[in-house]
Design a protein around this ligand. Structure first.
Ligand code: GLC
Length: 749
């Protein structure tokens, strides 16, 4: 039986209506530019002293200066500070024939100097306003330092916690990821891109980098059309619809074609269906890497394939600058391809106001005034508190009493002032986070004893180096045991060293690194009254802790104000409201594990034999599910209602539910709405998040929450990449996590 369905036409999303005067200026500039100058705009060099990737052997400062002076550089990255940006901008504007200003990019991933929590942590807040505010603060500080383009938001959906870059995204769900992408774009770009405190944003990594096989960094990606369109692309599309001005492609291949050379993605979908009129920058030397992938035989072919596929700018690859002009001159590459790419780059530069005032972001007085101001610290503290997830709280061990208790604080991460900044701290300074120890000391009416315990990493490392985890030096155990022996409550801060997550940091093991698990079990034997505070950049497989430790708090890497955020939550001055944006596995063997899985043909052990979809050694359920998070109060859901039982295709499905705070303190709750499309031409997941609302309720208070489902949310992409809505039966679930069983149903006719 073929299901009746309706196709929804792909819309042209570009919301940045073209400005006719800018278009005229672009055309007149293009008409006088030489081929070399056009290629120059498509050439981005890394700063002269900072490297965020493997600097190509043939790149050097002298060459870069020479090309700058010739007008053969369109952009720089990793040049920062009003003074230094002014210096390079001056060369581009005053020493070259056409004086086209540079666009200055930087990885402002979760803040510039004053850091917010890592993006995965922010996503756990489900608080779109706070997330937008966090991006606004980042843009304010970065723009004061001469930067006018950030390589963020990273919107890669991923289901694999082994991958180091899960810390940089919004977790496993396309709907949550889309809403967060919109908030971040708005925060970075504001309403006026030419304003001095807004910067161009960049949706990355387009596309499917988060599906790196086995979670291994820079690995191949092989996924079906349905996963590409229903899971991977939605946040990118949301960013395009929100008016983002740039995209970055990625290192991976998609089904055998490196995305840098993938015209299906960059031309058919992004620039075609979605009507995107900004520009696409390659990731660091990803154009060259098509040679290593075995997709291009040399730089010439790599350049030809990349520009044909819609890669407009070459980041620190030296391929376009070396090969493109010749390819145009020998007729291999049509000059119109360069005109398209350069037009896009110039468009964003005009929109930023760089032609009106190329030095507008280079004001040293403003830099001093804006960076690190009190308002920014308040904003990142607020974001940090909202990002914390209470995973477990048996016998209400939390919140801690504020007086009359002896607290033992244990763990090297508790006094670590760098790890909480995460691995994308490259504009901030080490040792500038408020540590948990400092945050706890602010509560002075308890006796606090700190014992560091064993080191997590053997020595401090940097953005580029491998981390050597301590697996042998157990100095510190004795002090920790001594402190725990006489304490009323033990707070242990355990997890990952700051550079254990992030780019180039995939792990095959998701347990507590080094000697930390041994330390946890040792202290448990001495005093089981433990609050475990996790500092980590990815879901961890902490099954032993879940089985033994009464209270567990997920505190990620919370940025500059970490210590105050953690202490205020532990002492109850902020009632935790976070919900997991990514599933926590019982063991790494379950990975990839996610809530929106398919039912399979053998979902349960109904015949009581082994022939069903399962593992023989671990149950199918996760340790903590997507959307999970507790509060110091409790919530009750009731009265789930739909306005009808049967709907015509075009009708809105109206859903309402009552939520009551049944505890003793005010609390926030993320009310989540999921659907299940029971029968589809393409099988549908057992649950799909299609709505959420963050609410606050006083003790005893009840609110009615309303949702609307419609063709935008009830449909999916088929294997031809067409969005369709199919008639049939649906289930609706509402609750405080993805495992809610509060359900209703309806039929689309
Ligand atoms: C890195 C990352 C990318 C980043 C770029 C510039 O390799 O993959 O996310 O924006 O290079 O630092």
């Amino acid at each position: 039986m073929t299901l009746a369905s309706i196709k929804i036409q792909a819309q042209n999303y570009n919301t940045m209506t073209k400005n006719p005067s800018i278009e005229k200026k672009i055309d007149s500039l293009l008409s006088i530019m030489t081929v070399e100058e056009k290629v120059g705009q498509m050439n981005q060099y890394n700063g002269f002293w900072d490297v965020t990737g493997p600097a190509p052997a043939d790149g050097n400062s002298a060459l870069k200066y020479e090309h700058l002076r010739k007008g053969w550089v369109g952009s720089m990255l990793n040049v920062r500070g009003a003074k230094d940006v002014r210096a390079v901008q001056k060369i581009a504007v005053e020493d070259t024939r056409l004086g086209i200003p540079l666009i200055i990019g930087f990885d402002v991933i979760h803040g510039y100097k004053t850091l917010s929590p890592i993006p995965l942590a922010e996503s756990a807040s489900w608080d779109l306003q706070a997330i937008e505010r966090s991006a606004q603060v980042a843009a304010a500080e970065a723009s004061a330092a001469g930067i006018n383009w950030t390589f963020a938001p990273m919107v890669d959906v991923t289901r694999d916690a082994r991958w180091g870059r899960v810390m940089e995204g919004a977790g496993e769900d396309p709907f949550l990821g889309s809403r967060i992408a919109e908030a971040r774009v708005k925060g970075f770009q504001g309403e006026d891109l030419s304003a001095v405190n807004t910067i161009a944003a960049c949706a990355k990594h387009f596309a499917a980098y988060g599906f790196s096989e086995a979670g291994k960094e820079y690995n191949t990606v092989d996924i079906g059309t349905s996963t590409l369109h229903n899971v991977v692309l939605p946040p990118f599309k949301a960013a395009a619809k929100a008016g983002i001005r740039t995209f970055m492609n990625s290192f991976n291949e998609l089904n055998g074609v490196p995305v840098t050379g993938n015209s299906y993605l960059q031309r058919d979908i992004l620039k075609g269906d979605w009507g995107f009129d900004g520009f696409v920058v390659s990731d660091w030397a990803s154009i060259n890497e098509m040679i290593l992938w075995g997709h291009a035989k040399d730089k010439k072919e790599a350049a030809q394939k990349a520009v044909t596929a819609g890669s407009d700018m070459d980041m620190e690859g030296y391929v376009y600058i070396e090969a493109l002009a010749k390819l145009v001159k020998d007729g291999t590459v049509r000059e119109s391809l360069l005109d398209d790419a350069v037009g896009r780059i110039l468009r964003v530069k005009f929109e930023l106001g760089l032609f009106d005032d190329p030095y507008k972001y280079c004001d040293e007085a403003r830099e001093k005034d804006v960076i690190g101001n009190a308002k920014h610290h308040e904003a990142v503290l607020d974001m940090a508190k909202k990002s914390i997830v209470l995973l477990k709280n048996d016998n209400n061990l939390l919140p801690l009493k504020k007086t009359g208790q002896k607290i033992a604080l244990i763990g090297a991460l508790a006094s670590d002032k760098s790890s909480p900044l995460g691995s994308w701290r490259i504009a901030s300074d080490d040792e500038t986070a408020v540590s948990v120890l400092e945050g706890m000391k602010a509560y002075q009416d308890n006796e606090l004893v700190y014992a560091q315990g064993p080191k997590v990493a053997m020595e401090q490392t940097s953005f580029l180096q491998e981390v050597k985890i301590n697996t042998s030096d157990n100095k510190g155990f004795e002090d920790a045991i001594k402190a725990a022996k006489t304490a009323d409550v033990v707070v242990m801060v355990l997890g990952e060293y700051g550079f254990q997550t992030g780019e180039g940091r995939s792990r095959t093991n998701l347990e507590l690194p080094g000697l930390q698990q041994e330390l946890l079990e040792t202290i448990y034997d001495v005093n089981p009254n433990i609050v475990l505070v996790l500092n980590n950049g990815r879901p961890l497989a902490i099954s032993w802790a879940d089985a033994h430790i009464p209270a567990i708090v997920e505190a990620w890497q919370l940025g500059t104000q970490t210590g105050h955020a953690v202490a205020q939550v532990l002492y109850g001055d902020y009632n935790p409201s976070g919900k997991l944006p990514m599933t926590f596995p019982r063991t790494v063997g379950q990975v990839p594990i996610y809530y929106n899985y398919k039912n399979t043909g053998r979902p349960s052990n109904k015949d009581n034999n082994v022939f069903w979809s399962h593992y023989v050694d671990v149950e199918n359920t996760p340790l903590y599910p997507f959307g999970h998070g507790l509060s110091y109060t409790t919530f009750e859901y009731s009265d789930l209602k739909l306005n009808k039982a049967n709907y015509a295709q075009k009708e809105d499905v109206k859903v309402s539910v009552k939520v009551t705070n049944t505890g003793k303190v005010t609390g926030k709750e993320v009310v989540q709405l999921y659907i299940r499309d029971l029968v589809g031409s393409i099988t549908r997941p057992v649950k799909e998040l299609k709505g959420f609302e963050l609410i606050e309720l006083k003790a005893g208070e009840t609110k009615t929450i309303n949702f609307v489902l419609n063709k935008e949310t009830l449909g999916y992409y088929n294997n031809q990449g067409e969005y369709i809505v199919e008639m049939g039966d649906f289930e609706v679930f509402v609750g405080g996590s993805s495992v809610t069983t509060l359900k209703s149903d309806f039929t689309l006719e």
